[in-house]
Ligand binder design. Structure first.
Ligand SMILES: Nc1ncnc2c1ncn2[C@@H]1O[C@H](COP(=O)(O)OP(=O)(O)O)[C@@H](O)[C@H]1O
Ligand SMILES: [Mg+2]
Length: 338
């Protein structure tokens, strides 16, 4: 297939997205697909990698095309490899749906729900999937820190403070005191006015499961474990520190493995059960909690998502073909807006 790989984007995770796209493009080409590598710049313009010429596009019936001056770039499917806002959050998926283009990955609603940690937690809790207790601070909707004092006190320190819609641990802080809580909120606020204040799980194990689905069937990988090599899995541990390790498959009993995979599949079903995602859990001797779902997880050479599939007997060619075929069949069946 002719695949339009989108990367970069307008979020703070732009650089990681470029690394992920490099891996995806390489594997797509190795699987016999042809790739056009398009970068979304911070101002929202689309530019082919290695060029400075902005693209324009034509919407409507096949064949789908982009234009670069006189040149046309035809494509069969879009593969967004964009992390965070304006990419992983349903916006690009919506653009593709409106234009009539097949788009790989979780469709619009599931993408937006997964991107917003607060909404995802509410839905998960309603579906009896355990989540860590939290308080939601949204000063734009007239909740103030003072008005949440009692609720926060009932969570108890230490607390995690997170922008509701971001990833890669950007803007996240751990607070041991009221003073640190205020500082962490100020940091998180730089990225989002919607903020989660969450109870810290004591000595958590971080277990992750990869899932794919076509709306009828959902498949889950073996679980893997992240060993951050630092107090918690912050940006440095994720991308700048060699001490972080992945343990695949995670050292879990057969019944723990089964439970976590079932929870991952149920969580993915909340998003519509189409496309792909990495479902992340926190776990200790007291329980297992859904932490978040990444609908466009990291795809770099060191990333958990493809490694978990490889360990589950699905190589990257099979994985990417499943993802592309699902996107195309969704449009053929008139389901692209789902
Ligand atoms: N409630 C919590 N208790 C303990 N550690 C947490 C908690 N929430 C997040 N963390 C730590 O912070 C990291 C990043 O948080 P996460 O919610 O996964 O955000 P992101 O979307 O940026 O990856 C996690 O991988 C984990 O190490
Ligand atoms: Mg995470």
């Amino acid at each position: 297939m002719r695949v339009l790989v989108l990367s970069g984007g307008r979020s703070a995770e732009r650089e990681i997205s470029r690394l992920s796209a490099k891996w995806v493009s390489g594997e797509l080409e190795a699987a016999g697909h042809s790739v056009t590598d398009v970068i979304i710049e911070q101002d929202g313009s689309w530019v082919p990698a290695g060029s400075s010429r902005k693209l324009s596009f034509e919407t409507g019936p096949v064949p789908w095309k982009l234009f670069s001056g006189e040149d046309t770039i035809p494509f069969d499917v879009v593969f967004p490899v964009l992390h965070g806002s304006y990419g992983e959050d349903g916006t690009v998926q919506g653009l593709c749906a409106t234009a009539g283009w097949p788009c790989a990955g979780v469709p619009v609603m599931g993408s937006s729900v997964a991107m917003e940690k607060h909404t995802l937690k509410k839905l998960a809790a309603q579906a009896s999937i355990p989540v860590v207790p939290w308080v939601f601070l949204d000063e734009n909707r007239s909740t103030s820190l003072e008005s949440l004092e009692e609720e926060i006190a009932s969570l108890g320190f230490p607390l995690f403070v997170k922008p509701s819609r971001l990833g890669s641990s950007v803007g996240i802080g751990k607070a041991d005191t009221a003073e640190e809580l205020k500082e962490a909120i100020q940091t998180a606020k730089k990225y989002d006015y919607m903020i989660l204040i969450e109870k810290a799980v004591d000595s958590p194990r971080e277990i992750e499961v990869s899932v794919i689905g076509n709306g009828f069937q959902i498949f889950s990988s073996v679980p893997g474990e992240v060993l951050p090599g630092r107090d918690w899995y912050d940006y440095t541990a994720k991308y700048q520190c060699d001490d972080s390790k992945l343990d695949i498959p995670a050292g879990l009993s057969a019944s723990q493995t089964e439970d976590i995979r079932m929870m991952a599949e149920s969580a993915f079903r909340l998003l519509g059960g189409r496309g792909f995602a990495r479902v992340d859990f926190l776990m200790n001797s007291e329980g297992i909690w859904l932490n978040e779902i990444n609908t466009i997880p990291g795809f770099t050479t060191i990333s958990m998502f493809p490694k978990l599939w490889a360990a589950s007997g699905m190589n990257s060619e099979k994985l990417l073909n499943f993802i592309l075929d699902e996107a195309v069949s969704r449009v053929e069946h008139g389901l692209c807006q789902e």
